[in-house]
Design a protein. Structure first.
Length: 101
């Protein structure tokens, strides 16, 4: 019985909603499983409302940290895949990456 990442994460969120799911280094923000699941679900709903469908690839331009994980989980919850885009790369390289999505 293979399970996907979103299902496993939501299962953990139901089991331990107040436990820390995300913790950034250096005393940055922390998010509980409930907070993370809620944020990802809302963003996933917004992605679907914007037309993202199962099998689509979504470019993700978010800095590392809790936000990156929430966005990645949201894309997966929407049934899509994500392609991280590093905006510190040269403009031509970023444009080439985006043209392939």
């Amino acid at each position: 019985n293979a399970q996907c990442i979103p299902s496993l994460f939501l299962q953990a969120a139901r089991s331990a909603p107040h436990s820390t799911a995300l913790d950034t280094a250096g005393g940055g923000p922390r998010m509980s499983y409930a907070q993370t699941a809620g944020s990802a679900a809302r963003l996933g709903d917004s992605l679907r409302a914007a037309g993202v469908r199962r099998g689509d690839v979504v470019g993700v331009c978010v800095s590392e940290g809790c936000e990156m994980v929430v966005v990645q989980l949201a894309v997966l919850l929407a049934g899509a895949a994500f392609s991280p885009i590093d905006l510190t790369l040269p403009t031509r390289r970023v444009a080439a990456m985006l043209s392939q999505i």
